[in-house]
Design a protein around this ligand. Structure first.
Ligand code: GDP
Length: 441
């Protein structure tokens, strides 16, 4: 996906512009509550070009400090990192304020990057304001797009132009044919050991990624064979090591990795046993669970952790995974190879369960057995009557119970039935959805 970064000093309207670029196209946005307070990464499609937009606005510290053109390091750090990740820079300025010292400084950074730049002059509410608002900015020599994020002026032109600038960066969709075998994706915080695990699994013979700046977003698939079966680690570029990992960069790389996880059959969430379970790790778990992503957790670097500490950690992982108790946890060391031998067979198992198809006869026997064992509760003197069960979807499997009135199925009873389905149908490690629908018979 081509990446468009919104850059500029605080308060010029980057976030509103972001919302305009992303939402008006019914974009899919990755909302990771708690990871960042603001939504920073969204996707949009315009003129058949799909692109990602990164907003750096929400992450800037207190805006007031930066007014008046002081050279604040953190502002630059943010901008430089987003710029580094981006294909195209949207440099946003405020047409009412005119050019400030900070704008000037940001512009130099952007220019130095050599990336395509569109200078977006915001807060221009109509054509009559253009001459005055743009006057200061012509000197920068960038292509200019006057807009009003608040009122909509110039936005459709802007979107078309952004799509045009993004188009050369569209990468041909990777061939996801059967020749890739089982598609795996490594997800996790920088330094958790993703690359080392890939290396351990693929074998030392293969060099993964070279550490050349600017190669980060190239999608690299690594295919290999094991015991006559084919596997591919998809989009491993996001897995590569970085010398310096800042908070901001970490968020970006995790966001990026999440879209790779959509391309994979099975995701391996790599957690660092030395660091312990971080807030971000918990958020990732919650996100994957909510998206019904087929995944396992590989707790890595166990060679560095004492047994007593390991027991504490086990308890913490178990607690964090309570919301998705089906997710298997492996304790591994990429360094010594301990535990890594189980990763591929576990992935195969998860995959098999994900694409399972279960016949009507077996489904309805399972439903009858579960209900006989434990009757639905009586709610306001009524009790749910179950008619039949069907499998509505696979990968991951979804089952629909047809009931006289779905309101009568309490969440506890729903959970019970889901548990029974897992047990009776043998779906233990894959995500599974049980849905209840009212029906007349
Ligand atoms: P990535 O950013 O998630 O890809 O992490 P890397 O694979 O680059 O690993 C980060 C650092 O942790 C490197 O210095 C690795 O050598 C080290 N490392 C990775 N796995 C292990 C492990 O199982 N045990 C130990 N002791 N070190 C590890």
């Amino acid at each position: 996906l081509p990446i468009i970064a919104l850059l500029g000093r605080p308060n010029v309207g980057k976030s509103s512009l972001f919302n305009r670029l992303v939402r008006q196209n019914k974009a899919i946005t990755h909302d990771l509550p708690g990871v960042t307070r603001d939504r920073i990464y969204g996707e949009a499609t315009e003129d058949e070009v799909r692109f990602a937009v990164i907003d750096t606005g929400g992450m800037l510290p207190d805006a007031a400090e930066h007014d008046g053109g002081g050279m604040d390091r953190s502002v630059f750090q943010q901008a430089v990192e987003a710029l580094d990740e981006a294909d195209v820079a949207l440099f946003v300025v405020d047409g009412r304020d005119g050019m400030t010292g900070l704008d000037q400084a940001v512009s130099e950074k952007i220019r130095a990057s050599g990336k395509p730049v569109l200078l977006v002059v915001n807060k221009v509410d109509g054509p009559e304001q253009e001459a005055k608002a743009l006057a200061d900015f012509h000197a920068l020599g960038f292509e200019i797009a006057p807009v009003s994020a608040a009122h909509g002026y110039g936005l459709s032109d802007l979107r078309l132009r952004v799509a045009e600038l993004a188009r050369p960066f569209v990468q041909p969709a990777p061939a996801d044919g059967p020749e890739l075998g089982l598609k795996l994706c490594m997800l996790g915080r920088p330094n958790a050991g993703k690359s080392s695990l890939v290396n351990a699994l693929v074998g030392e013979a293969r060099q993964i990624v070279s550490d050349i700046a600017g190669t980060t977003r190239d999608s690299v698939d690594i295919g290999f064979e094991k015991d006559g079966r084919r596997y591919t680690f998809v989009d491993t570029a996001g897995v590569r090591r970085r010398a310096v990992i800042t908070d901001h960069l970490e968020k970006l790389s995790v966001f990026r990795a999440l879209s790779s996880s959509k391309r994979a059959d099975v995701t391996i969430l790599v957690l660092d046993a030395v660091q312990g379970l971080s807030h971000q790790d918990k958020r990732l778990i919650a996100y994957l669970a909510e998206q019904r992503t087929p995944f396992m957790v590989a707790v890595n670097k166990v060679d560095l952790v004492h047994k007593t500490r390991m027991d504490e950690l086990r308890a913490a992982y178990e607690e964090a995974l309570r919301i998705c108790a089906h997710v298997p946890v492996l304790y591994v060391s990429a360094l010594t190879g301990a535990g890594t031998g189980k990763i591929l067979s576990l992935a195969e198992e998860i995959r098999r369960e994900c694409v399972i198809r279960i016949g009507t006869g077996q489904l309805n026997r399972a439903m009858a057995e579960a209900i006989t064992k434990h009757q639905p509760p009586v709610i306001k003197r009524r009790r749910a009557k179950f008619y039949y069960l069907t499998q509505a979807d696979e990968d991951p499997p979804m089952f629909v119970f047809f009931v006289n009135d779905s309101e009568l199925v309490t969440s506890a009873y729903g959970k019970y039935l889901e548990g029974q389905l897992r047990k009776l149908l043998g779906i233990r490690k894959a995500p599974l959805a049980a849905v209840f629908r009212s029906s007349h018979e």
